[in-house]
Design a protein around this ligand. Structure first.
Ligand code: FES
Length: 104
């Protein structure tokens, strides 16, 4: 299990999403939902779209390509054509002001 520092929470307004690349080049999407932080894979499981370029609708992220959607908190698909879940990661705001994610 590895804990990784991502972006400063000041860069992430409430109800917004930002892209962050892991050292192995995996793209993640980091979310702020009303002051709670979440992280998922950034690439849609339906195609090669970045979810961080999509729109947040409540607890869901809507893919910019075909408007499929995922639950940000669980990674589960909630709107077709998305049917395969995205990976989600534990995210937390630490005392240094940065959001950390935990990777298994
Ligand atoms: S690529 Fe995301 S819904 Fe098609």
């Amino acid at each position: 299990m590895v804990k990784l520092k991502t972006i400063n929470h000041a860069e992430l307004e409430a109800n917004s999403v930002k892209q962050f690349y892991l050292p192995d080049e995996t793209a993640l999407a980091i979310y702020n939902l009303d002051g709670e932080y979440f992280a998922t894979d950034d690439v849609c499981t339906h195609g090669q779209a970045f979810l961080s370029e999509g729109e947040i609708r409540g607890n869901e992220i809507v893919c910019p390509y075909h408007e499929g959607a995922f639950d940000i908190k669980t990674g589960e698909p909630v709107e077709p054509p998305c049917v395969v879940p995205i990976n989600k990661y534990e995210a937390s705001l630490e005392e240094d002001g940065y959001i950390y994610i935990t990777i298994e």
